[in-house]
Design a protein around this ligand. Sequence first.
Ligand SMILES: O=C(O)c1ccccc1NCC(=O)[C@H](O)[C@H](O)COP(=O)(O)O
Length: 203
Amino acid sequence: MTRIKICGLSREEDIACVNMALPDYAGFIVNYPKSKRNITPSRLRLLSSMLDKRIVAVGVFVDEDEALVGQLLNERIIGAAQLHGSEDEDYIRRLRGLVPKGAVIIKAFKIKSKEDILAAGKSSADMVLLDGGAGDGKVFDWTLPKMMDRPYFLAGGLNEENIWQAREALHPWGMDVSSGVETDGRKDGDKICRIVDILRKNR
Ligand SMILES: O=C(O)c1ccccc1NCC(=O)[C@H](O)[C@H](O)COP(=O)(O)O
């Protein structure tokens, strides 16, 4: 079974779409105004409360103060925190000390070389996410994850056309999609349903 995460939700309509499609994870870009998908922590509280309980809310953070990330995990507003900036092992250790057992820490790695794969392999995070960019549809070289020796999320430029090919080539633990399920910069319910279906029907 390949898990699927739909990332970058920001509107009530987006929640209605994922509640229909039922991906495993729903991602929210929190407190990062440079992103067009940015939402505030208070909006995160509202949107995550509207999520179907079968979907795990993931907060995506870029070099955020770990106190805020820890608070959102402790309050169970999110079930997992995805660290998408330059957070290091010290940051992960500090965050781990703030949160209950079971709170999942995901560290994202931008993959440009074999060294990036080796760094991801050594991360103390519960899960790693291999990405070509940060919500900008950039695909990276798919031959590189073949040397990964731990489960991972594959991200970066996935869409209806290539997600099955990527799954067959790499068999990742999970797959993460954002811009590939958007039309004119907004989440598209039909695309979300179709991409979830592709993985579900063939799992
Ligand atoms: O989506 C953003 O705007 C974003 C901004 C800053 C850090 C991370 C961001 N997104 C992270 C994600 O998890 C995306 O889903 C992932 O990069 C894949 O995006 P895409 O290539 O567009 O499918």
